[in-house]
Structure formats: structure tokens, C-alpha cells
Design a binder for this molecule. Structure first.
Ligand code: NFS
Ligand code: SF4
Length: 611
């Protein structure tokens, strides 16, 4: 196998994807399996039933399925957030010895923003903030307190449409209830509930996860690092941290730098301990500690195939079960660390905030002890430079110019046309998508047309491998964007973190509205989002909360249920009436770029700034 964007060797997931043809019912058509009178396959045209045994129509079934996927995605992001908040509360109580409140300034800012006290003592303040955040999950009535972070126009619109989330857990549960057999059976009504649930993710769970991790581990600032399998070191004990919760990895990174560990590694013939990240955990520790990245989602099995990984730690989300079978062929120890997730064939060492230090030490010892068991090592040499660490704070600083501390200069650059608009390119890498190269094709086209690109998740890592996350990439930008990037010394593609950090993109968009000159609502901005290689339900939750916030989103791969014309009319057009934004679908990366560019130009025209 020799595809662009891969190392030229076999990727097990790609082989399996070739063997398994995607089920056409689950993709375009409407397939319902929520009750035992079915599963029912229904279609609006051609041969086959028009409605399910219960009478359900294709558009209802498609909306029901989408709503369920959004609920699962929201649950994943938010349950992850809950885990981080619980650790944060334990730190505030003094019962998590491996952690501390790192960014106290951000903590005070948050507390002031949320109106929860002015206590001098950071631990007291953290307890207040932690209590408010935990309350957001279980709130039964009223409005999510964090919804107030949205621009006033957007909040008004949500209120008018009944879309302000009550509690995070409540919206997820209600989505599951409404999609049970025989409950909510009107497509648009179901889509609105999908949106309310997604908003509980975007403005709730994800904001909470990002904010709390910034306070605990530091708010990202621009740093350089490297990405690709070449970051694994042949002479070192290699540990790959994979998954989504950066809690244990944070402690591990700190401990690994300890002289004791280097000495232990030397005793078994290694030069030291090398930690590399994978998937969103990679994004987290990359942003805050410039820890290099081994790979994105699609390459997880490949890391083990190098024969150089002594230990792979996994917690929750986007961990392929196939890792266990691959690890069994090598000396690699696969260890699950979350109470929520186990894999047959993997060892389980559970993380808890109270014992994180001991657990991290035990795992480091286990990795070092495994070094002598290595057999053949074959690490592809590639590793690409990248710059990371852009959040609403650092972008404000980097783009602030003479208006340091505001988004005015970004807005001015957009108004005067140096930058045409902003695109968020997010989500996964998918073996079904255009040969793993779609991110590069798409992003190059956007950048060449003077669109500033913000990236997160595995999409960010794919762009990094493509060499797009360095200031020198401005060479391939259009003349306006190039000038801005060169003046500021920033890349044309800004790495904003993990998938929950899509909340950073929302906050930046809100800042752009606040800075003035580009309309009064998020739907006025010349901004679009896309997930060209999405695979996870989380990506659908993200897309739906962007749309519910007024930012249109393009999806690649396939759009679930799109064969139902009535459903397609709703998601691709109808939603615009209510949200000022809708989905669009385009599997071809070039064409997707063109659609985004057209959307941005349309928004510019509406603002009267087409020049
Ligand atoms: Ni996002 Fe991160 Fe990657 Fe996709 Fe998975 S790791 S949370 S879901 S695959 S970007
Ligand atoms: Fe079929 Fe209706 Fe049951 Fe769905 S809910 S499986 S459409 S009978």
C-alpha cells in the first residue's frame, strides 16, 4: 500500500475497510432498528416499503438516527468533561496530589465571567467554579449558565426557538427518550432536539472540558514540535499515550523527565524515556508541553508495527479494538486506564486522581522493564515540524496587532479583504475518505484563497503531517493571507487543540462578533466549518452545535439518511431559516473547498464587504 499521507506500509484498518463494504442502508437510506417490529428499511422512491411497520416515514427515521448519534457524541464529550471537572474538584479539595492549579489567572477570569465569587484563595475559587460546572450536568430546569457566553443575538434566537439547553445530561436523556419507538415523530422537531443537545455539548461540556484543563495544565501558547511515526526513538523506551483524557498522561510526562526514570532506562540499555501522543490526547500534551505526536486516528495500529513501542496507554474514545490483536504480535504492552473502558487482551491499570502519581510510576517501570523484550525495530524516519498552541487567548495576542487584547485586527483584515474569512477544519481521519489526503487538498485550496484555517483533532494532525502548520506554509497562501501571516510570524493554519477544543473556535467566533464590524450574530460572520473525514458521532455533535450557533458545516464521507429527500431538504436548507446555517455534504475535498469559499463570499456580500 502506498498512499499519500501514509508511511507507505500496510495499515490494518485500511485493509479491513477494503474487505468490509459500508452498509448502504445505514449510509444513504433509512434503516430503523429501534424496536423489534423491525429492523425496518424504508425508502421514498424505487422498490421497497415507504414506511416502517409502525408507519414511521424515512425523514422521521433519518432525523431520529441523527438525533441519537448527536446524543452519543454529546455524551462522549460531556462525560469526558465530567471526569476532568471531578479531578479539578479533587485538586481544589487537596485530594489529588499529582495535580495543581496551574493557570490561576484563567481561573480568576472564569470565576469573574461566571459570577462565582472573588475569593482570594485559588482553592476556594476552584471549588466554586467546580461546583457551578458540575451543576451544569445535572441541571433540570432553566438555562445552562454557560449559554450566556454566546452573543446576545444568538441567545435571543435560541430562546425564541426553545433551544437553550437546560442541563447537559437532561438533553442527552431526552434525546434518547424522544427517539425511542413511538415518541417524537416529526423530523424538524427531532432535529431541534438534536440541536439543543449539541448546544449542551458545544457551549456546555466542551467549554467546561477546555476551561478546566487550561486551569489545571496551563493555557496553550504557541510552541513548536514534531509529528509522525519518526518521533519514536529507536534507542529509547517509547510510550504512546492514546485516547482523550490528558489527566494521567500529564503526570506521566512530568515523571518521565525525572532523573530516576532516565537512570532506570539506562540500566536496561536504553537512552531514556520518550513519550509520544496519539489522537486527541496527543493534541492535549502537544499543545501544553510540546510532546511530539506519533500519529492521528488512522495510524494507531501502525505505531505498534514499528516494533518500538514498549507501552501504549489508552483511555476512552477512538481506540480501535484492533490494537489488541496487533499488540499481541509484538512486545508492546497495551494498557487500558479508564474505569469505563476495557479491551480483551489488554492489561487494566486504573487511573484515579488520588493515586495518579503511583499509577504513572508503575506504568513507567513496566515500560522500561519491557525494553529488553524488543524484537525487530523499523521506524519510518519521517517527522514533520509543526507549530501549535492557538486558543482564543493566544490568537487574540498573535493577531492583536495594535489592538492587542482584541479581535479588532482580525476583523479589520477580513473587512479590508486581506483575509476573506475563516474556516474550521475539524474531525477525524477515515479509511473511507479520499485516500487519507483530503485534508491537505482541502486546506491548501482554502489557504490559497486567503482563508485563515483553524484546525483541531485528527484533522489538525493530518494537516500537520502535510507540512501546513508552520509559518513557512504561508508561501502557499494567497497574497493577502500570506502578508498577514508573514507580518505576524504565524502559520496560515492554526492548531487549536483537541476535539473538545472546538469550543475554542466557538469562543473565537463569539469574540469576532464582539469586536464589531462583522454583523451582530455568529451567522453573519464569513466563517464555515467542515469535517471532511469524519467517522465519530462526536463529529456530528460538533457539526450540529456549529450549525445551531449559526455557522454552516460541510461533511465529507457520507451524510447519514440523505437519501430521504424530505430529510435532506431540512438539514441542507430548511435549518437555515431557523439557525441562519445548515449542513452541506461534499465528499470531494476540492469541491468541498469551493463550497466553503462560495459560502464565505456570500457572507461577505451580505455584510457589504465583497471588495
Ligand atoms: Ni475527535 Fe479525538 Fe480523532 Fe475524531 Fe477521534 S481522536 S475527539 S473523534 S478520531 S478527531
Ligand atoms: Fe420499524 Fe417503526 Fe420499529 Fe423503527 S420504530 S423498527 S420503523 S416498527
Amino acid at each position: 500500500m502506498d498512499k499519500p499521507g501514509t508511511t507507505g506500509r500496510v495499515i490494518p484498518a485500511l485493509d479491513r475497510a477494503r474487505e468490509i463494504k459500508p452498509c448502504p442502508l445505514g449510509a444513504g437510506e433509512s434503516c430503523c432498528r429501534v424496536c423489534a417490529m423491525g429492523p425496518c428499511r424504508v425508502t421514498e422512491s424505487g422498490k421497497g416499503a415507504r414506511v416502517g411497520v409502525c408507519g414511521a416515514t424515512p425523514d422521521t427515521i433519518a432525523a431520529r438516527n441523527l438525533c441519537r448519534m448527536i446524543a452519543a457524541g454529546t455524551a462522549a464529550h460531556s462525560d469526558h468533561a465530567r471526569e476532568v471537572v471531578q479531578t479539578f474538584c479533587a485538586v481544589a479539595r487537596g485530594t489529588a496530589p499529582g495535580f495543581e492549579l496551574c493557570d490561576r489567572e484563567k481561573l480568576s477570569r472564569l470565576a469573574a465571567q461566571l459570577g462565582c465569587g472573588k475569593a482570594e484563595d485559588p482553592a476556594v475559587l476552584a471549588r466554586e467554579v467546580g461546583k457551578l460546572f458540575l451543576g451544569e450536568f445535572g441541571r433540570q430546569e432553566g438555562e445552562l449558565a454557560l449559554a450566556a457566553l454566546a452573543p446576545p443575538r444568538r441567545l435571543e434566537r435560541w430562546r425564541r426557538l426553545g433551544l437553550v439547553p437546560r442541563g447537559i445530561d437532561r438533553e442527552v436523556v431526552e434525546s434518547l427518550h424522544r427517539t425511542h419507538m413511538g415518541v417524537d415523530q416529526e423530523a424538524l422537531h427531532l432535529l431541534h432536539q438534536g440541536t439543543r443537545t449539541a448546544l449542551a455539548d458545544g457551549w456546555g461540556g466542551s467549554v467546561i472540558a477546555t476551561a478546566v484543563r487550561d486551569v489545571l495544565f496551563g493555557t496553550p501558547r504557541p510552541v513548536r514540535s514534531r509529528v509522525d511515526l519518526g518521533v519514536l526513538k529507536p534507542d529509547c523506551v517509547n510510550i504512546v499515550v492514546h485516547g482523550h483524557e490528558p489527566l494521567l498522561p500529564e503526570v506521566l510526562v512530568r515523571l518521565a523527565a525525572d532523573g530516576e526514570m532516565t537512570a532506570r532506562a539506562r540500566a536496561v540499555g536504553a537512552a531514556g524515556v520518550n513519550i509520544a501522543g496519539m489522537c486527541c490526547t496527543a493534541n492535549e500534551i502537544l499543545m501544553r508541553h510540546d510532546v511530539p505526536v506519533a500519529s492521528h486516528f488512522l495510524q494507531q495500529e501502525l505505531a505498534i508495527i514499528t516494533g518500538a513501542v514498549e507501552l501504549m496507554l489508552v483511555d476512552v474514545q477512538c481506540v480501535m479494538q484492533g490494537l489488541a490483536a496487533v499488540a499481541a504480535c509484538y512486545h508492546t504492552r497495551l494498557v487500558t486506564t479508564s474505569e469505563k473502558a476495557r479491551i480483551k487482551g489488554a492489561r487494566h491499570v486504573e487511573f484515579s486522581p488520588a493515586t495518579a502519581l503511583d499509577t504513572a510510576r508503575e506504568l513507567l517501570y513496566a515500560a522500561i522493564d519491557n525494553f529488553p523484550n524488543r524484537r525487530r525495530v523499523d521506524i519510518p524516519p519521517q517527522a514533520v515540524e509543526l507549530v501549535t498552541g492557538f486558543g482564543q487567548e493566544s490568537i487574540r495576542h498573535a493577531l492583536g496587532g495594535r489592538f492587542r487584547g482584541s479581535y479588532r485586527m482580525l476583523n479589520e483584515n477580513i473587512i479590508n479583504g486581506w483575509i476573506r474569512g475563516v474556516a474550521g477544519v475539524v474531525g477525524c481521519t477515515n479509511p473511507r475518505a479520499a485516500s487519507g489526503a483530503s485534508h491537505g487538498v482541502l486546506v491548501r485550496e482554502l489557504v490559497a484563497n486567503d482563508v485563515l484555517v483553524l484546525v483541531t483533532g485528527c484533522a489538525a494532525l493530518a494537516c500537520a503531517r502535510d507540512g501546513l502548520l508552520v509559518p513557512e506554509a504561508a508561501d502557499s497562501a494567497g497574497p493577502g493571507l500570506r502578508e498577514v501571516c508573514e507580518a505576524l510570524g504565524i502559520p496560515p493554519v492554526l492548531h487549536c487543540g483537541s476535539c473538545v477544543d472546538n469550543s475554542r473556535i466557538l469562543m473565537m467566533a463569539a469574540e469576532m462578533v464582539r469586536a464589531g464590524g462583522l454583523g451582530e450574530d455568529l451567522s453573519d460572520l464569513p466563517v464555515a466549518g467542515c469535517a471532511p473525514e469524519w467517522m465519530s458521532e462526536k463529529a456530528l455533535a460538533v457539526g450540529q452545535y456549529f450549525i445551531g450557533s449559526g455557522i454552516s458545516v460541510g461533511l465529507g464521507v457520507y451524510f447519514p439518511g440523505a437519501d430521504s429527500k424530505e430529510f435532506a431538504a431540512q438539514v441542507f436548507e430548511g435549518l437555515t431559516q431557523d439557525y441562519g446555517a445548515a449542513w452541506f455534504f461534499e465528499p470531494d475535498p476540492q469541491a468541498l473547498a469551493r463550497k466553503i469559499l462560495a459560502h464565505i463570499e456570500e457572507k461577505r456580500r451580505a455584510l457589504g464587504i465583497e471588495g
